[in-house]
Design a protein around this ligand. Sequence first.
Ligand code: C2O
Ligand code: CU
Ligand code: CU
Length: 535
Amino acid sequence: MAGSVGAAQAAPVPLPYCRAPRSVAAAAVVPPPQRPLLNPLQLARFVDPLPLPPAAQPVATRASPDNPGQMLPVYRLEQRAFEAPLHRDLKPARLWGYNGSVPGPAIQVQSGQGVFVEWVNALPVHHLLPVDRRLHGADGENPEVRTVAHVHGSKVPPESDGYPERWISPGSAAMLYYPNGQDAATLWYHDHAMGITRLNIYAGLFGPWIVNDAVEKGLGLPSGSYDIPLMICDRLVDADGQLVYPISAKPGQVWVPEVNGNVILCNGRIRPYIDVEPRRYRLRLINAANARFFSLGLSGDQAMQLIASDSGLLDAPVSMKSIELFPGERAEVVVDFSACAGRSLQLQNAADDILQFRVQDRKVEDPSTVPSRLRPVARLKPASARWDRLLTLGEMDDDSGYSTCMLLNGARWSDPVTEKPELDTIETWSFVNLTGDVHPIHLHLVRFQLVDRRPFDLFTYNLHRRVVYTGPAIPPAPHEAGWKDTIRAEPGMVTRIIIRFEGYAGRYVWHCHLLEHEDNEMMRPFEVLPHTRHA
Ligand code: C2O
Ligand code: CU
Ligand code: CU
């Protein structure tokens, strides 16, 4: 199989375990010159082999915080600048990645097997992309380049969660502990630094984190080299093969409300290909885009078996011809290539090719299966909720119609914490979408279930701040009925989820996963309080 983008790397440079002084001067933001964009239709299709993220290798061991007699593996992921082409016929692009690859190395763990990751910030002191110094976290004396890694979907103590304000600057490192006490699921790690998350991820700071477990193993699903993560994102790329991040036309405002690209990258390449055997494969689809949703399907309308959503296996597989994924969401599908020997087919976003599968023309044994039952998903009951929270999603515009920021329940990041669930209790959160867009809402720490979506009257809400429903509640379709950690809050709807706050007490965040929104106030802290009652 092909190596990952730019996987060749220099020897790691040891760095001190301290936060660099916060003295890097607030550099003036220079807008990028308006460079001509690439015309992707002129690029040859399917000429690059699909890069597969290299498996991360432990570099040391360290005593478990939960059980000091037990030694746990330590991984080291260094964020650094490097160059790699996004396509065979393009010049190398300047990128930021973990250990010099985009996506970063794959971390694969067994459920319950704790690991440490030493996250090392070895980036330059100036950002690759235009920083908006007016955004919270990117303002004041804060260094221009800051990083903090978050493992999306992981159930971790608050110190390891990648709280957006716990960033480190170039020359610093953080050693974080991940217990992985959760069911098998496709997680992903990415940067989460306050006010520049959209830029850090856009530059390439993301990678896969896979949790496996015994239940999943017992199902006989395709595994090993037949189990492939596909991290899909879009980017604006210029005629020189370089990333472009646009800035606002509004004087004094750099931030733009959403960024959509002119190309789609699959594991860091434009329209790559992969040779596959005529048998079943498990594909882990991860939407790592800033703002674009993908409607993923196979050419020729071939069906895929959806087996898992964000936080793990569905109760039963669902046969689907296309799967919609918003930023932050994941889907695992099993695709059977056995009827396509000697042919090729494409993974597509609507009609746009993303990846070509070249199916070998031979016969192979395929011991894998997709059982008709996967893993029971016990439905949480709204009647068991301690608290029902009604939370609005809103957008603020200025007089000329430019969006200035997005707000959760009318509050900003720095307002006092208002969501304080108690550990081991259940709550329902209802997202009242007052905007015209879908917002994929993500909670850290927990997994949850969609209860329903219900249309409401926006006019009445704006007048009286009261939710009046205009139709019946719509329960989740089978593909959305499993465990989720990111949910689409649709316009005109109240989207209700049910959550059990499990694992740890402490400070976490919830936010919109459209990264431009998240960076401009559409993110709030929540605090899990230690539990007081004993059942
Ligand atoms: Cu994928 Cu708070 O993040
Ligand atoms: Cu997350
Ligand atoms: Cu949003």
